[in-house]
Design a protein around this ligand. Structure first.
Ligand code: ZN
Length: 515
């Protein structure tokens, strides 16, 4: 075949594909209209109850030929499609059963499949429009345009599913973003346009509804922010005591009054992973990362395997919150001092005051030092990561506690106990943590309120120097948590004090259960 002949064939195929896409769009809009009309008819019907609890009898106005999917699942493989496009169109997106899910279940999609048309995405591009929005919704109006795998809101995506399933939330709910704009302006910084520096969050996540307003309105694409920025006051009993003892002096701005009330800017961030970048941080190949994520989420995200063209994943995990004390603009100003604490969640200590570890004391110390730095003309930042129990979770953590307390709870055995149960000492893997520092425009840290080498090395490894490391003062360490802190110091955690010998470490013992 001649070159010209090939071109003709290619053009013909292209035009067929285009017509297919148009046909699919037309079909979807017709079925959407049918569904709307049915809903309208039902809502105005004389005997139709309007409260949500009575809506279970709405079958009469919906699909007259319900399938086993009516109940939300099926044992008949012929009803489940592993492909989108033509098969999706063949049965239409018309409402069926009790919920208005499309009748065909789309288990996965494939690149270049007819009807699949992902939004262009150029991760790390400095121009947010060229970078492109993160499109992850499986809404019928958006599913064909997805350029990301997973779902919004991290682990809370499951509650979203429950809300829809229990009819608390309509399938087609569209958030109203009026007045939700960030309370303070952060960035943009050159780091936002560097795909090596930010791989675990969307640097434009706080501006989504405004940056991509046209796409959302004109193309009916469902987009949601992954970052939100607000302002608040906060009160901690320890800080009231700090003011009373004279360690903290109210200035009316950062520390507002004698109760130790603080003014704070808060940033909530949900994880958005650029898979090639995440793989690179861990020194592994992208394929291995995708396969492992697929397997250990119970096969929840088959597109990790079938859509190599999609590089972004919104994982079902907790995110982080930044607490900024003082003027946020000073974070990125290298002429101003910065104090920083990176804190990983420990619910038992942080919230409930459990004394087996140093978490809350260190958190409070971090906040107090951050406030002081802000009062001295610099800025203080505390970043709280949802990585409960070294990212092993509370169940594993309590099993470890039991094994410790049923043994002799010696500092020399501290890490061994965790390793016996979890297989590793720690699953927090700080490799992705520094992204938030790049996002905040931080280029150096004057005072790092942490003794962790993993955190230190991850930050310095990302090219952000740490000028001073500050350990938790002795008088803030609860007696029962000596086991933890001494074990950590001996394992290499930062200290300016004494690093114990093996024999000394064996002598450090925690409280044993009274049995
Ligand atoms: Zn703790």
């Amino acid at each position: 075949m001649t070159v010209t002949g090939m071109d003709e064939v290619r053009d013909a195929l292209k035009s067929i594909a285009q017509s297919q896409t148009q046909l699919l769009s037309a079909f979807e809009s017709v079925s959407q209209r049918v569904s709307e009309l049915e809903k309208g008819r039902g809502a105005t019907g004389p005997s139709r109850p309007t409260n949500g609890t009575s809506r279970v009898d709405s079958d009469d106005v919906l699909d007259p030929s319900p399938t086993p999917l009516h109940a939300g699942y099926t044992t008949d493989p012929s009803l489940v499609s592993a492909e989108a496009g033509t098969q999706q169109a063949s049965k239409s997106a018309a409402a069926i059963g009790k919920l208005e899910f499309p009748s065909r279940v789309i288990l996965t999609t494939y690149p270049k499949q007819i009807g699949i048309n992902p939004f262009p995405m150029e991760w790390g591009h400095a121009d947010p429009v060229k970078r492109g929005p993160v499109v992850v919704s499986r809404n019928t109006s958006t599913i064909r345009r997805r350029n990301a795998i997973g779902a919004h809101s991290g682990s809370y995506s499951i509650y979203y599913a429950l809300a829809v399933a229990s009819r608390e939330l309509p399938l087609d709910h569209k958030p109203d973003f009026t007045n939700t704009e960030p309370a303070v302006n952060i960035g943009p910084f050159p780091q936002w346009g560097d795909k090596k520096k930010i791989v675990a969050m969307d640097p434009w996540g706080h501006q989504v509804p405004w940056l991509f307003k046209d796409v959302m309105e004109n193309e009916n694409v469902d987009l949601r922010p992954t970052i939100a920025i607000t302002k608040a006051h906060m009160k901690l009993p320890e800080l009231e005591e700090s003011v009373r003892s004279g360690r903290l002096v109210p200035d009316g701005k950062v520390c507002i009054n004698s109760q130790g009330e603080l003014a704070v800017t808060k940033v909530a961030v949900e994880p958005v992973w650029y898979l090639p970048g995440v793989a690179e941080r861990f020194g592994i190949d992208e394929g291995t990362l995708r396969r492992s994520l697929f397997e250990f989420t119970g096969g929840m995200y088959p597109e990790l395997i079938t859509r190599a063209d999609i590089k972004v994943f919104l994982p079902p995990i907790g995110g982080l919150t930044v607490y900024i004390f003082g003027d946020p603009a000073k974070m990125s100003d290298s002429s101003k001092r910065l104090a920083l604490r990176i804190h990983d969640e420990c619910n038992g200590s942080d919230v409930f005051g459990s004394d087996i570890c140093t978490c809350r004391p260190y958190l409070i110390f971090g906040i107090e030092e951050a406030v002081k730095e802000a009062q001295n003309g610099g800025c203080g930042v505390v970043i709280y990561f949802r990585k409960e129990g070294r990212a092993l979770g509370e169940v594993t953590k309590y099993l470890v506690y039991n094994a410790r307390k049923r043994g002799e709870d010696r500092a020399s055995d501290y890490f061994k106990r965790t390793e016996n149960i979890a297989g590793v000492k720690d699953m927090r893997f700080q490799a992705l943590m520094p992204d938030i520092l790049h996002w905040l425009g931080i280029t150096k840290i004057d005072r790092m309120l942490s003794m962790s080498n993993m955190k230190h090395d991850a930050i310095v490894g990302q090219g952000i120097p740490i000028h001073e490391r500050v350990e938790l003062p002795e008088d803030l360490i609860p007696a029962d948590s000596r086991v933890e802190i001494d074990a950590k110091i001996t394992a290499g955690y930062f200290t300016t004090g004494h690093r114990m010998t093996d024999d000394e470490l064996k002598a450090v013992q925690g409280r044993i259960w009274e049995e």
